[in-house]
Design a protein around this ligand. Sequence first.
Ligand SMILES: Nc1nc2c(ncn2[C@@H]2O[C@H](COP(=O)(O)OP(=O)(O)O)[C@@H](O)[C@H]2O)c(=O)[nH]1
Ligand SMILES: [Mg+2]
Ligand SMILES: [Zn+2]
Length: 302
Amino acid sequence: MRSTGSWYEVRTTEGSILQCRLKGKFKIKDLKVTNPIAVGDKVAYDIENETENTGIIYDILPRDNYIIRKSVHKTAHGHLLASNIDQAVLIVTLTFPRTSLGFIDRFLVSAESFRIPTVLVFNKLDVLTEEQVAYQEELADLYESMGYRCLFTSATNNIGVAAFKEILEGKVSLIAGHSGVGKSTLVNTIAPDLDLPTSEISTFANKGVHTTTFAEMFEISTGTFIIDSPGIKELGLADIEKEEISHYFPEMRELLGECRFHNCMHIDEPKCAVKEAVVEGTIAESRYASYLSMALGEDNRK
Ligand SMILES: Nc1nc2c(ncn2[C@@H]2O[C@H](COP(=O)(O)OP(=O)(O)O)[C@@H](O)[C@H]2O)c(=O)[nH]1
Ligand SMILES: [Mg+2]
Ligand SMILES: [Zn+2]
């Protein structure tokens, strides 16, 4: 559920909480990571002290998926952020703060590469003008056409909250998005007992301030879990080869094999099915622009 230094909080199958440490000689399997265990890991443990609720973790079960962040210092090693995630829920806002389409698309590409489905939640519906609402609906149609479910919510005006609750039910969801978009407020509306701290947006920068600092899993109702972490708000592009990026754009993936060159990068090659689809309008220009910025290696972390 969370870790504090060398202690790991483990939820047992019955729902109780144990404080665990790692067995002395713990082997990190396969992955080149600096931390052996992340939030979401399923582990095998022995009870150490029944009255103190402590245990010893001696094994980690195979992961369905995981998110790794490249470590700034040791480039060969990454930091394991979370694992066994059923879905990412990306909370975005058109304004206060503005979430760019480039940011959304980079997030979706990363999530695709980690094999994590994403739901898009457009929050702060209450502050939008009519034009902005119409534009937001167009965006949602675009992303729905690629298979991403979209929801409109207002956490403060209690709009769309039931649908938000329903998509989380029975799953492990990673809650992501820029700070200030209303992640904590939204979660609090459906799980008031959690009482996550929320923050005022600093008006002059139009950007939120961080209130949470490490990845944690919360059980918001029996069997429904969320992972909240500022560290995961922007999934960095993991080890994706440039040639691979278009595979993570569902609408481009469909066209792979239709370009003249099998190794087409869809940039300036002749007879490129992707570029033709952009001209015909079946691939959105904004999506192609995001693709180009990633394929040409422009700042991936923006
Ligand atoms: N107008 C409006 N404000 C919201 C909404 N959701 C959250 N906020 C406000 O946005 C600010 C940041 O919210 P917070 O939940 O801390 O964002 P987080 O950083 O994503 O967790 C707070 O002042 C909230 O009250 C919404 O739907 N509409
Ligand atoms: Mg928050
Ligand atoms: Zn092509």
